[in-house]
Design a protein around this ligand. Sequence first.
Ligand code: AMP
Length: 193
Amino acid sequence: MPLNLFIIGPSGCGKSTQAKLIADKYKLTHLSTGQLLRDEIAAGTGFGLEAKIYIDKGTWVPDDLVFDVLIAKLKTIDYQNFIIDGFPRVLNQGKIIEYFLKKQQQPFSLLVHLDVTFEEITKRREVKGDEFQDSQRTDNTPELILSRQKTYDDTITPIKEYFSEKKLLFEVDGNRPVEPIFDDIVKKIETIK
Ligand code: AMP
């Protein structure tokens, strides 16, 4: 049975770190919609040019654009055995990918929500300083960080409600070190494999 995972959480919550560890352990392809969009920007494509407008404002990129970029990538791995980080950002994306995977006869295995408070994220940024900063990113100014957090707060609840009802949501307390968070996610994955 393929393992098709999603991991979401506020900006700076450590979802990429967890996604990489999970991808390594279960031999999954790690995809990040944020990174895919940054790759488009770096390549100077039309998608990239449009995406940049939203990323530079700290708001979400339109669903159809994100979806086009993501599906092109998923196609190269036969739509299976992946962990996608940073998607779905809005409920509509969740519903679309669920429908899409069904059509491909692929399971939507689990959505992991890494729950981290804004206070904890701010503390980590202060402690780590420059190390926290991804040199490829131009959107880590205090204003854009706050704007992303606001956008996130506005969109997360319906996603959680929808997938929780379908028993496809795993909430994990992300206000802890990397290892215990990873252990909890692994324990959960073992129950659905
Ligand atoms: P991230 O690397 O996940 O923090 O994403 C960086 C930026 O890319 C976000 O602030 C959004 O502007 C955009 N982005 C990433 N993933 C999505 C998504 N699933 N839907 C809309 N915008 C996204």
